[in-house]
Design a protein around this ligand. Sequence first.
Ligand SMILES: Nc1ncnc2c1ncn2[C@@H]1O[C@H](COP(=O)(O)OP(=O)(O)OP(=O)(O)O)[C@@H](O)[C@H]1O
Length: 373
Amino acid sequence: MGQVTLRSLRKRYGDHEVIQGIDLEVRDGEFIVFVGPSGCGKSTTLRMIAGLEEIDSGELLIDGVRANEQRPADRGAAMVFQSYALYPHMTVAENMGFALKMAGVRRAERDEQVRRTAEVLRITDLLDRTPRQLSGGQRQRVAIGRAIVRKPKVFLFDEPLSNLDAALRVDMRIELTRLHQQLGTTMIYVTHDQVEAMTMGDRIAVFHQGRIEQVGTPMALYRQPANAFVAGFLGAPRINMVERPPASAAGAARQLWALLGGAGWPGAARLGIRPEHLSVVPAPADAPIDATSAQPPTVPATVVLAEHLGDVSLLHLQVDGVQDLIAAKLPMARVPLRNGDAVRLGVQSPETLAFDAQARALASHSAEAALHP
Ligand SMILES: Nc1ncnc2c1ncn2[C@@H]1O[C@H](COP(=O)(O)OP(=O)(O)OP(=O)(O)O)[C@@H](O)[C@H]1O
C-alpha cells in the first residue's frame, strides 16, 4: 500500500507562510505530479512528506496512519533528488545497497536485490564504477535504483530530470513511466516542467503561492481548467487570453471577441483559446469581407513572428486593438507565411474557455451555440 493523505498542511518560514493549507489524497499506486512555478511550495510539500521538513500544522497520513512525528526512515518513502546525492567514493553497487546495509540486511540478500534492480534499470554493466565515471543520465538511474532497492511504499521525486539535456529528459520520462507501470508503486513527482506533468502523471496537482489550484487528470486540467492560472500554466505556447474589449476598441478587437463566441459569455471578463484551436490563412488585410458568403468568420491580423519548426508552424499575430499577440499553432503551413504578412485568423475548433473578473472559469453553456449560430 502507498496511500498518502494531506490534511490542511501548513508551513511557515519566519513571516512567510509558504504552504497555506493543502488538502490532497494520493491514491495507492498512483503517479501524481506536483507542478507549478518556482517558489510555489512543491518541494517543501514533498520534503514534509519525506520527513525532511517539520509540519507546522495539519496532518500527514501514510496508509491511514499519522506520520507527522515519524522519523523519515520509518515512513516507507524513498526520495530521489535533482542532485542525485550519490556517495562519490562508493561504487554503483555499494551506493545502491547502502540503505539495505544500514538496515542490517545480509550481504547475499543485498547483492541479490541490487542485481535485480540493476537489471530493471539496465545498469548491470555499471555496478563496479564510481559515480565520477558515469554520465548524468546514468547517475540519475543509480539514484533511482538506490530508492528502488528499499522497496518503499512511496517514491518521492524532486525534479529528477532537470540536470539532464533535452534528449535524455525525453528518454528518462519514458523510462520512469515504464518503471511505474512495472512496479505499481505510488510516485509523487515534483517538476516545474508542464510537459513532464502532462505526459507522466495519472493526475496533476497545480501549485500556486502555497496552495493547490486544481487536481485532476492531465486532459481534464487542460480542457477544463478551474481558473486562468491553471489554463495558462499547462500548454505551450500558452493559451491566448483575450480581454473583453471596450465599446471604443478597434473593430478587429470586437470582431475577435465575437469570433471567440463572446456573445455566449455575458459574464466573461476574458476568453481563452489554445493556439492549436485557431486557423490562419494568408489574405490581404483590406480584402472586402463578403457578408453573404458561407465562409466561417475571420478577423484580420498581421504576422509579427513566424516560427516554422518542421512539423508545425507557430505564428504570433497582431490583431488591431488587442494588447497581447495571439499565438496560433498549425500543421506546417503549406503556403509559408513570413513576418509582416497579412492574414485572416479563424477558429478551427470551438473550445473557447471563459473567465470572470476574478479569473475563475465559467461553466460552458451557450458558447458553442454562439460560435456556430
Ligand atoms: N529553508 C528555508 N528557509 C526559508 N525559506 C524557504 C526555505 N525553503 C524554502 N523556502 C521558501 O519557501 C518557498 C517555497 O519553496 P519551495 O522550494 O517549496 O518551492 P518550489 O515550488 O519547489 O520551487 P522550485 O521549483 O524553485 O524548487 C519559497 O519562497 C522559498 O524561498
